[in-house]
Write a protein that binds this ligand. Structure first.
Ligand code: TTP
Ligand code: MG
Length: 404
């Protein structure tokens, strides 16, 4: 029986998020790791950070984005593993394939998380709760992974439902229970409230979602601007955003923490070109263009800056690599040394389909950038990503950081 109040607002939104995803894949591949603290991120003697860890490791205080060395101090007997991205991507693809059996209305948020709107699948597959339970069972039985499932009448509450019940969660938030459930939760549970906004709300004496529920409409927007309206609505269980299939990613990024600080500008540029090639390959695989290029650097004193540039939409290695190295050139003058560099590509939009004949359109001027990229993609697909690169990415291997 469906627990949702179908007469009020239909609970047709399902949010699914795998538990301790990378670590669970590792535990699945190597059963001797099951029940043990597993940290994925790399060698604890390196200066990288934790990508994720098993729930066994979380009980020692280890969490995502924490330096690996700190994770090892907290949990010295944890097993530390490198990030095996391809393995997780394959598992992710399999999980999304199961979800896609129940609706085309699927919005993928990240490698392990998606929203489904099953409103138009009910005549075929039964209730949203039944569909949620089936997905959960199938992911466990067919893929040997645990996934938390939350169901409600909008995206905010569906995601909250899956988070509140983690790990191995299954929870429905009905329309008539949402307000009471939200009331005692810290404001950090509202979508978009991070550390900075949390402090701002704190200063206004707003600690719990109930504090925001009790405000007159417009009060918070007057204090903190348009986000105030959004938070007030979320606090009252209002979130009109639809599930939008195809809007799979907002951005794509790659960063590295160096084994030793570096100020070698040529090496840093090589790395950015390398990241550009890798990320653009993914854009092309997914038929996407980017129009915002962001370079992030962190100095050896941990201060960090990021600089962005808007470009006309594209996905060419050369274009993005040049933009990224230009940004670095403007933003960094060789001091202080860096401990981290990253590249991210934002505002992703569908790339226009290739026009017939465009492959050879540039004959007289020699092959164009897009053509070269496509040929290299084909070669990489067949023989691996390391076998070919543009000249501007070829020196990086000399300095290859341990976690790349
Ligand atoms: P999450 O879903 O945030 O985390 P999780 O699946 O490991 O754990 P849970 O959902 O049970 O809380 O992220 C999914 C994967 O994304 C995660 O397994 C590893 C990767 N990731 C990073 O690489 N760095 C990060 O800082 C975070 C948060 C995740
Ligand atoms: Mg997860």
């Amino acid at each position: 029986m469906d627990n949702c109040n179908l007469t009020a607002e239909t609970c047709s939104i399902i949010h699914c998020d795998l538990d301790a995803f990378y670590a669970s894949v590792e535990q699945r591949e190597n059963p001797s790791l099951q029940g043990k603290p597993v940290v994925v991120g790399g060698d604890p003697r390196s200066r990288g950070v934790v990508a994720t860890c098993s729930y066994e490791a979380r009980s020692y205080g280890v969490k995502s984005a924490m330096p690996l060395a700190q994770a090892q101090r907290l949990c010295p007997h944890a097993v530390f593993l490198p990030v095996a991205r391809q393995r997780y991507q394959e598992a992710s693809r399999q999980v999304f394939a199961i979800m896609a059996d129940y609706t085309p209305m699927m919005e993928i948020l990240s490698i392990d998380e998606a929203f489904l709107d099953v409103a138009s699948s009910l005549s075929l597959f039964g209730t949203p709760e039944g569909i949620g339970r089936t997905i959960k069972k199938r992911v466990e039985k067919e893929l040997n992974l645990k996934i938390s499932v939350g169901i409600s009448y909008n995206k905010f509450l569906a995601k909250l439902a899956s988070q509140l019940d983690k790990p191995d969660g299954f929870r429905v938030i009905k329309a008539d229970e949402a307000l009471a459930l939200l009331r005692p939760l810290p404001v950090q549970h509202l979508w978009g409230v991070g550390e900075k906004t949390g402090r701002e709300l704190d200063r206004l004496g707003l600690y719990h979602i109930g504090d925001i529920q009790d405000l007159p409409e417009g009060w918070l927007a007057d204090k903190i601007g348009s986000a105030g309206k959004l938070f007030w609505e979320l606090a009252r269980g209002i979130d009109p955003r639809p599930v939008t299939p195809g809007r799979q990613r907002k951005s794509l990024g790659r960063e590295v923490t160096f084994a030793a600080d570096t100020a070698d500008i040529n090496y840093l540029k090589d790395l950015l070109n390398r990241f550009a090639a890798e990320l653009c390959g993914k854009l092309r695989q997914n038929g996407l263009d980017t129009s915002t290029v962001t370079v992030k650097i962190k100095y050896n004193n941990f201060a960090a800056i990021s600089r962005s540039r808007t470009i006309s939409p594209g996905n060419s290695d050369m274009l993005i690599g040049e933009t990224a190295t230009d940004i670095l050139q403007d933003a960094y003058h060789g001091y202080p040394p860096l401990r981290l560099i990253g590249l991210s590509l934002g505002r992703l939009t569908p790339a226009p389909a290739l026009e017939q004949g465009s492959l050879f359109a540039n004959d007289s001027a020699g092959p164009d950038d897009n053509e070269i990229d496509r040929v290299m993609d084909g070669i990489r697909q067949r023989f691996g990503s390391e076998v070919i690169g543009r000249a501007n990415t070829l020196t990086w291997k000399k300095h290859r950081p341990p976690n790349l």
